[in-house]
Design a protein around this ligand. Structure first.
Ligand code: ADP
Length: 260
């Protein structure tokens, strides 16, 4: 962790759903300021559940979750969440979708105009402010979703497999744009994915999880310096990290089978 004081701290956090499913058990994790951490693991290992607990969207069942020493509820305004689906309002323009979080804080359209436009420009959609979501490709919709998440200048951006539904070329482009935004605005990211390649490309640290019960089984630090560019994907170092992470993941599968 690059910073001494964690922005987000989970101690022995567990989540049991009302139907008795133990989705997460004994989760310990510190996330530093301006860190980029991925949660990687097979479907059902509790990644989304962990992220939702970090966001305060669902309560934890056991343990402690703190954010910079404050209760998470006090800091809810400082975090944003990006889901796998862009979840845009179909009846509203791109501009109005991105303006929404500021509007909910009582800020008028005129007062927000330059901020919304500059956020749209930073995701390459400056020329699309007046169009409706139905006119956009999947990648463009996700760019709007990210712009909407970043318009409030969050300290913490929680992303739940945001690019999983996109084709590979679009996904690569959005990976690069996300890294640029992260370097520019210095927010912290916790990124959920089941792609080894994506996690290595983006993250400084990869937390490997296993299922039944969902838990952390390994951690890999990706020390490749930032900023990273497309050329990183074809380097021997990238391959080495992908192998290391794949092995940790394979090991997590074996452990899950043993404990099942
Ligand atoms: P992942 O994101 O890694 O795919 P999830 O956090 O979605 O994993 O799910 C972890 C486990 O919890 C799974 O067994 C899943 O079926 C279960 N689960 C998720 N949400 C609920 C819920 N609302 N009620 C009951 N079980 C759930």
């Amino acid at each position: 962790m690059p910073n001494e004081k964690p922005l987000l701290s989970l101690r022995d956090v567990g989540k049991t759903y009302p139907n008795g499913t133990v989705a997460v058990s004994g989760l310990n994790l510190d996330v530093g300021e301006h860190e980029f951490v991925s949660l990687l693991g097979p479907s059902g290992c509790g990644k989304s559940t962990a992220l939702k607990m970090m966001a305060g969207l669902i309560p934890i069942s056991s343990g402690q979750l703190a954010w910079g020493g404050y209760a998470l509820a006090d800091r809810a305004a400082d975090l944003s969440f990006v889901f796998q689906e862009p979840t845009l309002m179909p009846w509203a323009t791109v501009f109005d979708n991105v303006w929404l979080p500021l509007r909910l804080r009582g800020l008028g359209r005129a007062a927000c105009h330059s901020e919304v436009m500059s956020q749209l420009e930073s995701v390459g959609l400056g020329a699309f402010a007046d169009v409706y979501p139905r006119e956009l490709s999947g990648g463009m919709k996700m760019r709007v979703s990210i712009a909407r998440a970043l318009i409030t200048k969050p300290k913490l951006l929680l992303m739940d497999e945001p690019f999983a539904a996109l084709d590979e070329m679009t996904r690569f482009k959005l990976n690069n744009d996300l890294l640029k935004a992260w370097e520019r605005d210095r927010f912290t990211v916790v990124f959920v994915t089941h792609s080894v390649y994506e996690s290595v490309y983006l993250s400084q640290r990869i937390v490997v999880m296993a299922a039944r019960p969902g838990r952390v089984v390994g951690e890999v630090g990706v020390t490749q310096p930032q900023p990273r560019h497309e050329s990183f994907r074809t380097t021997p170092d990238y391959s080495r990290w992908c192998i290391e992470v794949s092995q940790a993941l394979a090991h997590s599968g074996e452990m899950a089978q043993v404990s099942a």
